[in-house]
Ligand binder design. Sequence first.
Ligand code: CP3
Length: 340
Amino acid sequence: MTNPVNDGIFLKACRGEKVERIPIWFMRQAGRSLPGYRKLRETHDVLTLTQTPELAAQVSMEPVERLGVDAAILFADIMLLPIAMGVEVKIVEGVGPVIDKPIENPDAIVRLKSFDPRNIAFLQETIRILRSKLEVPVIGFSGAPFTLASYLIEGKPSRTWLATKRFMLEHSEAWYTLMTLLSEAIVAYLHAQVEAGVQAIQLFDSWVGALSPAEYRQYVLPHMQRIFSALKNEKVPRIHFGTHTAGLLRDFADVDCEVIGVDWRIGLADAKDRIGGKALQGNMDSAILLAPWETIQETVDSMLKEINPKQGYIFNLGHGVLPEIDDQKLKKLVEYVHST
Ligand code: CP3
């Protein structure tokens, strides 16, 4: 049986409504250093875990049970979509996603198969299990087309994205084709997740901050606008997240979505100014959690002073939880944010 839609503080804040308590969850809260996940990793690799519904659901639920966060995120990876499109991806320990045959030239795009939701039936099953067991909402997600394209073209994580930029600038027609293919797949992939029961969706454009505002407008923004407009039909809050996006936020605000997620490189008041009436999610520097508790508390206090945190705001980190963070600190942070 599916629990009734939980209309708790997370979904309310996404819709810009007033809340009694500030909602909080963490990007990359599932997995990482949580003990239940570490134990499962002794016997299973990451991809196998994401493809095994009972276990994936267990990993998604662990932070809800241990930390008391207000939303669960589906335990999956942004590379599951390219995998469902026929790309061979390995997750290499200490590196991340690695692809044997990256898309090095325009001709290679034909190797991408169109997305068939039957290839992610396991994810839909995970979502159904989560909905039957959890009272907090479940967030579904996808990588955004720029971030996905960057892995497909680079073949591995990059911090300069030069192959990606070169492809984008040198083969702008093929870039458009690739972005269009990925965008259509993303819409279908997220539709399948909503159909199975996720109550909010987030697009991770983790690496798009590598572009200048002019490049963003020319090569990415039109695709984001089409994706988010298509997703309006899903009738769940849509969260648009990226890092290094301070200079892109006014363009982000030109995309039809409910929530914008920001990292710590911009203050919350400034971010709010740039995104207009949309809800805001973020943005504590993940590294602050390495500091003594007093520093963490002061950081939270000064963040929350910048905005009205009980309307249209969701507390989160500016990017993912670092693997070295002690979960007791995360738990204390959840309790503190809830108590303010
Ligand atoms: O962190 C982000 O920027 C969010 C978007 C993103 C995800 N995966 C979402 C995710 C990105 C950019 C990836 C790619 C990826 N996949 C990386 C990063 C590589 C790089 O370029 O720096 C890595 C290391 C993976 C492999 C992976 N995915 C592992 C080892 C795990 C297990 C948990 C962990 O982080 O150790 C995942 C799961 C994963 N990837 C989740 C999400 C939202 C699951 C939910 C969660 O962790 O909360």
